[in-house]
Design a protein around this ligand. Structure first.
Ligand code: AQP
Length: 335
């Protein structure tokens, strides 16, 4: 049985990309693995968060985990800041990782943008904390969307360098689990940009708590081109020439759990207005129950908090002895 770790930031606006790229895969790994799913609140504060909003967003991500079918009794659902070993091991990784490695991280470049000098130091060393999140539990498998692949490669480099520097086999080499074609869901307004929580327009994403009318409106307004739905023939274009068209097809295929070729067989050659109506029905069918469950949990914050506190206790009991091993290896005196 492998140990699986993954996290989602409580930065609001949880969307279809977070669901298809990550959370849905979390649920699928539950039967055969020991899973830790974490609301990574310390990652969230690498950009400023309003404290009151952060609390609600932390509960909302937890509610999304539960509404999507994660079982917090068999597996561990918790918030990162409750387990201090993440920060402790991250500091050690700050001393293992090289500045040159972090300078290559594209997410930092994208998020810091032109104002690099004003970005927080936390945003810069974010991948070291992510490596600590995983390795504090010696987890080996990490389900993420494609955008996180580079950070996971860094986690592998850190584990390897730590092991080499100290001549030990302390940390395993983690495997990214990028499970399906929806590993990269794109914006509904611009098929070249990924769907993201921070996308300026709410019409760029389907939020997990959108109601049926909102889902329908956003899909009907989603950008397409003037051509019919691609049917798979070379003349009908590809992902590069028709990014918005293929994004909608991929979303449909992922929600239906079918290969994209089957969706093209069914809808290829139709007008997008027709295809969009089918997508509306499918998206409402799949996302509606999750949104409704999230709302049900939303009125019971005490229950959500109790899930997190229980998860924190159980996560600490795994991470503490691993932190102790690391301290011993490093030569830190322990009382
Ligand atoms: N568009 C996406 N397609 C597929 N997977 C995605 N993920 C995020 N966006 C997409 C996956 O969701 C998980 C949790 O993401 P996160 O909240 O920890 O961080 P993020 O990648 O920074 O999410 P966003 O939505 O893109 O937020 P902002 O706008 O703040 O940058 C991860 O596994 C991620 O791969």
């Amino acid at each position: 049985m492998a140990r699986v770790f993954s996290g989602v930031q409580p930065t609001g606006n949880l969307h279809l990309g977070n669901y298809l790229g990550a959370i849905r895969n979390f649920t699928r790994l539950q039967d055969d693995n020991e899973c830790l799913y974490c609301v990574v609140d310390m990652h969230a504060v690498t950009v400023w968060q309003d404290p009151k909003v952060l609390k609600n967003n932390t509960r909302e991500v937890t509610a999304a985990f539960l509404a999507s079918g994660i079982d917090p009794k068999t597996h561990i659902v918790f918030n990162q800041s409750g387990v201090p070993q993440h920060a402790e091991i991250a500091w050690i990784f700050n001393c293992v990782a090289r500045v040159g490695w972090l300078n290559r991280m594209t997410q930092f470049k994208e998020k810091a943008g032109k104002h690099r000098e004003n970005a927080s130091v936390g945003l810069y060393v974010y991948p070291n904390l992510m490596a600590a999140d995983i390795l504090a539990y010696k987890a080996t498998h990490v389900p993420v969307g494609e955008d996180q692949k580079q950070h996971l490669e860094l986690a592998r480099d850190i584990a390897q360098k730590f092991n080499n520097d100290f001549g030990v086999e302390q940390f395993p080499i983690v495997e990214p689990l990028i499970l399906d074609s929806a590993a990269r869901v794109m914006s509904l307004r611009d098929g070249r940009k990924k769907m993201s929580k921070s996308g300026a327009s709410d019409y760029s994403r389907l939020n997990l708590n959108d109601d049926a009318d909102t889902i329908a409106l956003k899909i009907r307004k989603a950008r397409t081109d003037s051509e019919p739905v691609p049917d798979g023939s070379p003349e009908s274009g590809d992902r590069v020439s028709r990014p918005e068209a293929f994004n909608l097809l991929e979303i449909y295929a992922a929600l239906a759990d079918q290969p994209i070729s089957q969706i093209q067989n069914e809808f290829g050659g139709q007008q997008f207005s027709q295809f969009k109506e089918a997508l509306v029905n499918l998206a409402v069918e799949k996302l509606g129950p999750i949104g409704a469950e999230m709302q049900r949990f939303g009125v019971d914050p005490k229950y959500i908090d109790s899930v997190l506190f229980d998860g924190v206790e159980r996560a600490r009991s795994i991470a503490e002895p691993i932190r102790d091993e690391v301290h011993e290896i490093m030569g830190f005196l322990r009382g």
